[in-house]
Design a protein around this ligand. Sequence first.
Ligand code: IMP
Length: 423
Amino acid sequence: MAVDLLLGLQWGDEGKGKIVDVLTSKYNIIARFQGGPNAGHTLVFNGKKHVLHTIPSGIFHDDAMNLVGNGVVIDPVIFKGELKKLEEQNIDYRKSLLISRKAHIILPTHRLLDAASEASKGKAKIGSTLKGIGPTYMDKTGRNGIRVGDLELSDWKERYRTLADKHESMIAFYDAKIEYDLEELEIEFFKAIDILKSLKFIDSEEYIHQAQKAGKTILAEGAQGSLLDIDFGTYPYVTSSNTTAAGACTGLGVAPNQIGEVFGIFKAYTTRVGSGPFPTELFDEDGATMGRVGQEFGATTGRPRRCGWLDLVALKYACQVNGVTQLMMMKGDVLSGFKTLKVCTAYKYKGEIIHHFPYNIEPENVEPIYTEVSGWQEDLTAMSEDSQLPKALNDYIEFLEKELEVPITIVSVGPDRKQTIFR
Ligand code: IMP
């Protein structure tokens, strides 16, 4: 069986968690392939909100297996907190959660390095979630990292000490001085490691291959968004992993010719949290309305998200880089009440009109060119059928499908599982 992928197409926070949750009943295995606790996947059902950071969004379904793949970075302390919340809800995760031995571990000193690096950057800071993501992936590619499988080795604590000592000398090297008590952080860390070690570690690429052979259905769950991809995103204002489709191949060990559907999730408008260019960003009442109605605050950091109109130049780029086969539009309900909507369909780039996503989208180079379309006034949140959608929204959807050349198969009209319209 081919592996289907689910990815965010913007700067993250598109609503991937909700859609994985909605689709999980069709899949035997849900596998996270990159990122770590910088992610915050929000699921709402039975009137309750659940936020997952590292654990795949299939964990609330009895029949799904959930795999944390080799491309993921795990902070044992945050992971322990996630497990505790599952326990409080009587979720028996021990039977349905598997961890790749090749996943890398975020050490307390990775978090400290992240903080020191950001603080020393001043105005040029990335706006990182400060979860240690960048330093952990640096150690992975620098071939210094500690992997989950290392925890099964007798000398892993010596390896830990060597790396943590090295990190401490690096922290001292930064201009910005940060206060910390490593001993205290380590007490918490080693307790969390014990909990992590009580879970099932596996050779996950073999597990995936065997599952495919046995005809199991697999959904690979992405984190962050395509515009935060380390290669294709708005570098350096990106995360440190491949958030695009190729990341699922390296982050799970799935061959490119084994990829089936590629579900691309996008919001009906655009948001971004952290620093970096954002051509369609709004600084007016329209942007404030999107933020307020859409409750645009980071699920991991609580930071307010920057809001703006939909950017089709960026979205088209994300569809191409990922090979998106189906689109899913989130938060159409948030746009109810706007008389007209703007959609960016081209950029004025260094004085020329262009339709592709260029190397540099800094405001001094890029000015968005908008097409105006009619808005809709109806409250969408109680709608459950395609036929109930207002004409202006259907026109908006058809306009996007024509521009993007990919069908929109799901329209989400609210955070709850039930507020999902299949087209
Ligand atoms: P880091 O991955 O925590 O280092 O953050 C790098 C950049 O990616 C920052 O601008 C973050 O705000 C952004 N970022 C990281 N994870 C997410 C996410 O899950 N949603 C939205 N933005 C994210």
